[in-house]
Design a binder for this molecule. Structure first.
Ligand SMILES: [Zn+2]
Length: 119
């Protein structure tokens, strides 16, 4: 069972990171994807337009478009919290990966948290 505890200290208006185009006009909500390094299994995250991410642990260049997405969320603080939570979960349970059920429950937990914290 995954208990999802996002960054509660974040101010309410930080629930969504906004996409800004040059000039500062807001055009929507930026999404972040929680992915996993295919080489060493470390969790990390990218924004939705980011194609490559260098793994901080093993130096692998992760192709974000091909890596498996565990969760998409609206805020980089949440993405960091989820990455930490996933590492803790696997460490605690001794598992090497999440089951499909656990991935689904993670998404459900995040959706509920977003609704509960909606402005
Ligand atoms: Zn790695």
């Amino acid at each position: 069972m995954i208990v999802f505890t996002p960054s509660c200290s974040a101010p309410p208006d930080a629930t969504y990171d906004k996409i800004h185009i040059s000039g500062g006009e807001c055009i929507g909500n930026l999404m972040y994807l929680v992915i996993r390094c295919p080489n060493c299994g470390t969790f990390t995250y990218v924004d939705q337009y980011q194609e490559w991410k260098l793994c901080a642990i093993c130096g692998e260049t992760i192709n974000a478009k091909r890596a498996q997405t565990y969760l998409d969320l609206h805020n980089h603080r949440d993405a960091e919290a989820v990455v930490r939570e996933l590492e803790r979960f696997l460490h605690r349970t001794g598992k090497s990966d999440l089951s499909e059920e656990e991935k689904a429950s993670l998404q459900t937990a995040y959706a509920q948290w977003i609704r509960a914290n909606a402005l």
